[in-house]
Structure formats: C-alpha cells, structure tokens
Design a protein around this ligand. Structure first.
Ligand code: GTP
Ligand code: MG
Length: 208
C-alpha cells in the first residue's frame, strides 16, 4: 500500500468527541515513550504528523489521522508514566477504556513493546485487559535499531513465549524501527489486507 495522503483530523478528550466511526480504524498504544507517535510518522512518511518527544507523556488526547481518505490511524497517550497524579491516571484509564470498548470501527489495536527489554508486567497486564474486553490486537516491537539484532530477536521471542502461557492464539507481530524505517512494509501490508477484507464483508452484507 502506498500512502498518498495523511491528514491530522482532531484531538479528542473523550470517545464522544471522535470523528464519526465510518471508516476502519487502527489505534496505537503502549507505554509512554515506547515510540507510538514516531511509528505513526514513519508509517505515513510524514515526520511531523504525530507529535513526538523525549519526555514521556507527550501525547495526552485521542488523536485521529485520516490516511488515503480511507482509514483512520489513532495516536493514544501512553500508559505507565510514573510522573502523573492518581487523578490523571484514573482519567487516562477511563478515556482509554471508553475508547477501546466503544469505538465500533476499531479494527485492531497495535500494542507497542520496546524490543530492548524483557517482558514487562505492565504490558502483559494491558494485553490481559484487551483480552477481557475482547478487543483484537497485534503486538509491535519498537526501537529495533537500539540493540543488536540478536538481542532484539531474543526479547521478541521471550515476549511471545510469555504470551503463549496465557494465550491460545498469538496474533501477528511486527518488529520495527522508526529510525531505520524497519517494519513499514509488513505493517502497511497488514492494514491494506484488513481494509480489503472489511470492504468485501460490507459488499456481501449489501447483497443480502
Ligand atoms: P508518549 O506520547 O509520551 O506516550 O510517547 P510515544 O510512545 O509517542 O513516543 P515518541 O514517538 O514520542 O518517542 C519517544 C522517544 O523515543 C523520542 O525521543 C523518539 O525519537 C524515540 N524513538 C521512537 N522510536 C524510535 C526508534 O525506532 N528508534 C530510536 N532510536 N528512537 C526512537
Ligand atoms: Mg506520543
């Protein structure tokens, strides 16, 4: 898939403020600073589309981007950011839970995992939540350029092995580096295939 257009649409404090759910939607979530916004920029080929920062906690709202006038990419605020008050954390949890549970056009959630680390309880707990809510997800390992290929592969394997202890089915995973533009093609290919199958399902429904 070629990205022919990528446009910022709106930043919403609540799911109610999001655009009409009339196109397939792909959300990006993961620990604060894991590289969500950078990955969105890498995938869309627009360096300043999503705001990135060295300081964790940069993204604080639900940010919608319209891609190829055909689907939405959503940049979500990260979890696990230590320097926030209880109150802000509760607000974040409600915003994310509402968004994930209520957004009817959500195709999958890309859960980003830093490929430099061993499996972290906070990430596994988040996947468990998605499981409870029956929300489809894919795991995306980030910052592959920051460690040797061998170490990144080892962490990916460990994470998948840990998941296998709890999950019967492991969805497709991706290894990425926004710095080196690694993983762009497979992720865009995956999104294109999902969009295509949604279109076909809609066509069939129309014929009934
Ligand atoms: P929050 O919005 O604060 O939750 O962070 P985020 O997950 O959106 O992370 P962001 O994309 O802002 O990136 C955080 C930092 O990691 C920035 O300094 C990025 O330049 C850096 N970074 C992100 N992806 C990569 C990558 O693939 N390789 C390297 N070397 N650095 C990266
Ligand atoms: Mg961000």
């Amino acid at each position: 898939m070629e990205i022919t257009s990528a446009t910022y649409i709106i930043s919403s404090p609540k799911v109610e403020n999001c655009p009409k759910p009339d196109m397939p939607e792909y959300a990006f979530i993961g620990r604060s600073n894991v590289g969500k916004s950078s990955l969105i920029n890498m995938l869309t080929g627009q360096n300043n589309l999503a705001k990135t920062s060295n300081t964790p906690g940069k993204t604080q709202l639900i940010n919608h981007f319209l891609i190829n006038k055909e689907f939405y990419i959503v940049d979500l605020p990260g979890y696990g950011f230590a320097k926030v008050s209880q109150n802000m954390r509760a607000q974040w949890e409600k915003m994310i839970a509402d968004y994930l549970q209520q957004r009817t056009n959500l195709v999958t959630v890309f859960v980003l995992i830093d490929s430099r680390h061993e499996p972290q309880p906070i990430d596994l707990a988040f996947l468990r939540k998605l499981g409870e809510w029956n929300i489809p997800f894919n795991v995306v390992f980030t910052k592959a350029d920051k460690s040797s290929q061998r170490d990144a592969a080892k962490n990916v394997r460990r994470f998948v092995d840990t998941m296998k202890q709890e999950w019967e089915f492991i969805p497709q995973t991706f290894l990425t580096s926004s710095e080196k533009r690694l993983g762009r093609k497979p992720m865009l290919q995956f999104i294109a295939e999902m969009n295509q199958s949604i279109k076909e399902a809609e066509k069939e429904e129309g014929m009934v």
